[in-house]
Design a protein around this ligand. Structure first.
Ligand SMILES: Nc1ncnc2c1ncn2[C@@H]1O[C@H](COP(=O)(O)OP(=O)(O)OP(=O)(O)O)[C@@H](O)[C@H]1O
Ligand SMILES: [Mg+2]
Length: 154
């Protein structure tokens, strides 16, 4: 995991080059310690490492079970072992959302209001409404040697 030399803090924007999946996981663990908001938007094309990032995030928070993509079920909820900050992670993949009603049924707004719930959303652009007040955006890109992750704070 290599941070771009022109950045030396994690806010308001930072980026990391991640040659291997484990580097992506390491960035996720780093951010769980530093990011304050509880809604994280994960943007980037298919296969750019969003789910890999969430898996790393959950491992870092002590979750030991299987972490699979919610591509078909849309959401997965993970209860964490006793943890200083988060009690639960809600992982959403909106890629297959069919319409705005289905999006509303996910009730992201309630989860976002719970400060003990970390909400991570893949394909947030497929949601019609963004009912949360503040969020962090992580952008994933394919680069020549792996992936690049950039953090932008709204
Ligand atoms: N540096 C890297 N970081 C993350 N994943 C990587 C990296 N290098 C290779 N990979 C591979 O790329 C794939 C990324 O898949 P992943 O499911 O995380 O992507 P995604 O962004 O969630 O895709 P989707 O939009 O389809 O849900 C995995 O097979 C992973 O092993
Ligand atoms: Mg995914």
């Amino acid at each position: 995991m290599k941070r771009a030399p022109y950045q030396n803090t994690t806010t308001p924007s930072s980026s990391w080059a991640c040659p291997r999946p484990q580097d992506t996981a390491r960035v996720a663990r780093l951010l769980t310690d530093t990011v304050r908001d509880n809604v994280w938007l994960l943007r980037g094309p298919l296969g750019s490492g969003k789910t890999t990032f969430v898996r790393g995030l959950l491992r870092g928070l002590g979750y030991r079970g299987v972490v699979t993509s919610p591509t078909f079920v849309l959401t997965r909820t993970y209860l964490l072992p006793p943890n200083k900050r988060w009690g639960v992670v809600l992982h959403i993949d909106a890629y297959r959302l069919r319409d705005r009603h289905e999006g509303a049924a996910l009730d992201i707004a309630s989860a976002a209001m719970n400060p003990r719930c970390l909400v991570v959303i893949e394909w947030p652009e497929r949601l019609q409404e963004h009912p949360w007040s503040s969020s962090h955006t992580l952008r994933f890109r394919h680069i020549k040697n792996g992936r690049q992750i950039s953090l932008r704070t709204k």
